[in-house]
Design a protein around this ligand. Sequence first.
Ligand code: PAD
Ligand code: ZN
Ligand code: ZN
Length: 393
Amino acid sequence: MIFLLCKRVCFYSLLFLAATTCKVIKCKAAVLWEANKPFSLEEVEVAPPKAHEVRIKIVATGICRSDDHVVTGALAMPFPIILGHEAAGVIESVGEKVTSLKPGDAVIPLFVPQCGECRSCLSTKGNLCIKNDLSSSPTGLMADGTTRFTCKGKAIHHFVGTSTFTEYTVVHETAAAKIDSAAPLEKVCLIGCGFSTGYGAVLQTAKVEAGSTCAVFGLGGVGLSVVMGCKAAGASRIIAVDINKDKFAKAKELGATECINPKDFKKPIHEVLTEMTGQGVDYSFEVIGRIETMTAALASCHNNYGVSVIVGVPPAAQKISFDPMLIFSGRTWKGSVFGGWKSKDAVPKLVADYMKKKFVLDPLITHTLPFTKINEGFDLLRTGKSIRSVLVL
Ligand code: PAD
Ligand code: ZN
Ligand code: ZN
């Protein structure tokens, strides 16, 4: 029976392959032509993958605040662009010299790739592979300096090597992780960004110990995943901070022991947290992307051995000015991209852990929408009504 089933899958995938391999695919994509405009659903052409690249049929993609940061200009990217970086799909075809993936494999695209050769990949201390396109001057192009997307005769940029708001995308082989084919793609797409980023910031970057006190600034999909990480690490107090009190019920459900709204206090929130905990929390996490809350989170942790982790994307062209005494006294200020995980190695394991029910994703997914409702999905995020909306293609 298994043999028959395999034969059937192979037969169908061969038919499918014959239909599209090596050819340009015309499909639907959400193009962002310029900042502060809605997404335009367009027919785009997706070129076949070149050497070391793979073409993926996207099945589901989440909406993350980082996508919205590009819309508002807080995260500077070249336009026009196809955004989206939190997805899951199936390999449609592979370019020459691809060895780690084959057509039919279920995959999660990786906005932090893992080339396995650069200093960060070879070091046990880091995860930010040099092949990333997250710098302050991103190219929006594939490694050879060209794009695989065109629309109405114009080249369209890629986003952080992923671009998932499209029925088909092309990514480098080092930017896609093969996952369990039985995994529900409309859920595990969150492992492509939000969940892994928050959970890893606690377990990989901060390495929170059991019994610690933690403060989490910002309770979106990423911040709630930080809360889950703190709980998994055995933190004794998890203080959730948000200006939207509607986020508190879910934060409590996922492990927050207290929830506070800075708007309810006259004094600055770092003073409130310092009073609540005696001398400040052991670990604080900024999961918003504002410079004021980054310094508030730093000032909220213990003046000598507190660790504060910046997870929120720093707004473009803004600088922080802070009293260096905050650091001189011993605090540690860190950043965390994709939760510190070495992506291609970690993502299949995280999916396996999800399948073993070691953590949940369902509470993070408040909306599941057809891809064509992408603008509605962004409105839900902007009005604070959603945690994660998953678009199904
Ligand atoms: P989100 O917008 O869903 O959540 C942000 C939360 O912060 C919301 O609940 C807001 O109400 C709350 N908030 C806003 N302003 C304040 C304030 N002044 N004080 C307290 N709370 C406030 O975003 P998200 O969870 O999708 O992403 C959070 C950040 O993390 C965002 O900046 C995003 O770009 C970044 C991110 N970083 C990485 C990474 O690799 N470091 C990956 C993914 C997302
Ligand atoms: Zn993201
Ligand atoms: Zn690398």
